[in-house]
Design a protein around this ligand. Structure first.
Ligand code: G3P
Length: 215
């Protein structure tokens, strides 16, 4: 499973990229709204930091607007993947722009049916939002597993991005559920490094080494 970072914050992206573990970025309008700079400028900076798929979302809700925005976003950099919500006008736009060679990440997916429709329309990625399902008392990881199984069973050309990840334990769970990619907030990526036994182990190694040196 690959890891993407779910943020529009360029400083977080630079730091995470320096750790060598992420190979793509996802953003959404809420994440972009937290930043002060113009989004196209941010998108260009992100593309300069990470050489992998960079998802940027349309905000139009009609077919013509989505297609226009998708072409503009894709024109920013070859690595831009256009994010489109799963809805009839959206999937119509997916069909048009994927036929032009623009990759699409269909977002706000909460059911296997929605994932199937997205894949059939030509989406390269589908993003089930597991945290938001957990929020309403469902089990988001089960949805990820079902979508992966459905894609594998029918040999569909679409990758599953486990999104709306809220805590580090979500990551191994979606990895074992077969997600191709997990997109994680910066805080979760930091938490993934942590284990108290690692800290205790480092401290012990260093103190033993210093004793041997007579320090
Ligand atoms: O990738 C989608 C993600 O940004 C949504 O996360 O925590 O707002 O549900 P959240």
């Amino acid at each position: 499973m690959k890891l993407y970072l779910d943020t529009a914050n360029v400083e977080e992206i630079k730091t995470a990229a320096s750790w060598g573990v992420i190979c793509g970025i996802t953003t959404n309008p809420s994440l972009a709204a937290k930043e002060t700079e113009n989004f196209n400028k941010i998108l260009t900076s992100i593309c300069n930091e990470v050489d992998g798929p960079i998802s940027a979302e349309v905000t139009s809700m009609d077919y013509e607007g989505m297609v226009r925005e998708a072409r503009e976003l894709a024109g920013v950099h070859k690595n831009v993947v256009v994010k489109i919500p799963v809805m009839p006008e959206g999937l119509r736009a997916v069909k048009t722009i994927s036929a032009e060679g623009i990759r699409v990440n269909v977002t706000l997916v909460f059911s296997v049916n929605q994932a199937l429709l997205a894949a059939l329309a030509g989406a390269s990625f589908v993003s089930p939002f597991l945290g938001r399902l957990d929020d309403i008392g469902h089990t988001g990881v089960e949805l990820v597993r079902d979508i992966v199984d459905m894609i594998d069973l029918h040999d569909l050309d679409c990758q599953v991005i486990a999104a709306s990840i809220r805590h580090p334990e979500h990551v191994p769970r979606v990895a074992l559920a077969g997600a191709h990619i997990a997109t994680v907030p910066f805080k979760v990526l930091e938490q993934m490094f942590k284990h108290p036994l690692t800290d205790i182990g480092i401290e012990k190694f260093l103190s033993d080494w210093k004793k041997k040196q007579g320090k």
